[in-house]
Design a protein around this ligand. Structure first.
Ligand code: NI
Length: 171
């Protein structure tokens, strides 16, 4: 099922999420499946629960954008346990459509998380995958990529979005 994506300006996007405590339920499986479907339909490589209005610490990531089943990751209650290096690259967000900016991130990020059954696992990402981990985990803490931009760039984007809101083009 496709879920509506919350856009910048919705306070749910800037509120920290709560840990998930129940695993292995059909509801959790369905939530993850719906999140993948919604992410792929919108051509994203990651989607976090606050983006669908749910303040729970779950995110889905697929840097193959639906091309390779083995790249599908469900990260529940994830934490970044190790980072290395830096990368600067363009980043966007399904909750801030139409805006992409360079963001500095770690080049490598290792995440420890639980899967749908509640089992703990670790996954190491480089480049785009590391970027996706950092971006999606930020979402679970109520942080958007705009926060990593200079005040000048952030204000410029905010002004443009305010205009779109006024014009009824930001819903
Ligand atoms: Ni995002």
């Amino acid at each position: 099922m496709l879920l509506p994506i919350r856009k910048y300006g919705d306070p749910v996007l800037e509120t920290p999420s709560e840990p998930i405590t129940e695993f292995g339920t059909p509801e959790l499986e369905e939530l993850a499946a719906n999140m993948f479907e919604t992410m792929w339909a919108n051509k994203g490589v990651g989607l976090a629960a606050p983006q669908i209005g749910l303040l729970k610490r779950i995110t889905v990531v697929d840097v193959s954008a639906g091309e390779d089943e083995s790249q599908k990751l469900v990260l529940i209650n994830p934490e970044i346990i190790h980072t290395e290096g830096t990368q600067i690259g363009e980043e966007g967000c399904l909750s801030i459509p139409g805006f992409r900016e360079d963001v500095k991130r770690a080049m490598v990020a290792t995440v420890r998380a639980r899967n749908l059954k509640g089992e703990i696992f670790e996954v190491r990402g480089e480049e785009l995958l590391a970027r996706a981990f950092q971006h999606e985990l930020d979402h679970l803490n109520g942080i958007l990529f705009l926060k990593h931009l200079s005040v000048l760039k952030r204000d410029l984007i905010r002004r443009k979005i305010r205009k779109l809101v006024k014009a009824g083009e930001w819903t």
